[in-house]
Design a protein around this ligand. Structure first.
Ligand code: NAP
Length: 256
């Protein structure tokens, strides 16, 4: 697997928001595929524990740093530290993100600004900081974790849908910027995945409604996002760029 066209032998990846949920599953899948991995989240204790667990499970080199990627300065420090300690970054996954549900006439400026910074601006800033290193080797993968809420929406998802759709637009533009350096830029758009974020924000009734919307009749698991992300990161996906892969158990297939 590690040395196959679907593997990540000799690659180094940076994954944001990887102490739990989708980010952690991506870091684990990358490590299993042979990559060295640098992970971050806000809480030192939980990101250190995640790094230790992935290291023990895979034998891979896994480094960590506590960084709040809603803060511009922290993003700059994260990029510098990841490059310094790992020597190179071949694969960047902008995964950390959040949602604050507010209807259009309820939006608080501070909450809007926070989501724009975390879900969009700092994905740009981290990409901008890492891409020059990828250019040196004429090889790179940038993957933004968007959402099916980029393509459709639900009440009170204004900032969330706006930022997740913007990631898709940004991926198309930067795929064109970076194609000449053999760097691909894509998005994964997850549907309902059983992690802390939706479980905290949705009522039991809304969770059940979401189950009914899927074709498969269930919520997805974090590894079901990690595997398509691994594919996009691998050599096997080298001719895919500027795209969004929807991984939603069939939610968006349904009209009624
Ligand atoms: P999650 O289980 O809540 O995990 C979020 C991770 O990000 C945690 O490791 C958290 O750790 C970290 N994080 C949160 N804010 C951060 C910040 N400001 N700086 C650094 N790290 C931060 O959420 P998830 O469901 O895996 O979500 C991951 C991504 O998938 C998000 O972009 C989300 O929008 C997207 N997504 C999720 C779903 C879904 O159904 N789960 C659907 C579509 C899209 P700390 O708390 O320690 O910082």
């Amino acid at each position: 697997m590690k040395d196959s066209i679907f593997g990540l032998a000799n690659k180094t990846a940076l994954v944001t928001g990887a102490s739990r949920g989708i980010g952690r599953a991506i870091a684990l899948a990358f490590a299993q595929a042979g990559a060295e991995v640098f992970i971050c989240s806000r809480k030192a204790e939980s990101i250190e524990a995640a790094a230790k667990a992935i290291r023990e499970q895979t034998g891979a080199r896994v480094e960590w740093m506590a960084a709040d990627v809603s803060q511009r300065q922290a993003v700059d420090q994260l990029a510098a530290e990841a490059l310094r300690r790992m020597g190179k970054i071949d694969i960047l996954v902008n995964n950390a993100g959040w949602n604050i549900p507010q209807a259009i006439d309820e939006i608080q400026d501070k909450d809007w600004d926070y989501l724009i910074e975390l879900n969009l601006t700092n994905c740009m800033r981290l990409t901008r900081a890492i891409v020059p290193d990828m250019k040196k080797r004429r090889w790179g993968r940038v993957i933004h974790i968007s959402s099916m809420m980029a393509m459709g929406s639900t009440p009170k998802r204004n900032a969330y849908s706006a930022t997740k759709a913007a990631l898709v637009g940004m991926a198309r533009a930067s795929a064109l910027d970076l194609g000449p350096w053999n760097i691909t830029v894509n998005c994964i758009a997850p549907g309902p995945i059983a992690t802390e974020m939706p479980m905290t924000l949705l009522s039991k009734e809304q969770q059940e409604q979401m189950t009914q919307r899927t074709a498969l009749g269930r919520w997805g698991q974090p590894e079901e996002i990690a595997w398509p992300t691994l594919f996009l990161a691998s050599e096997a996906a080298r001719y895919i760029t500027g795209q969004v892969i929807v991984v939603d158990g069939g939610c968006l297939a349904r009209i009624i």
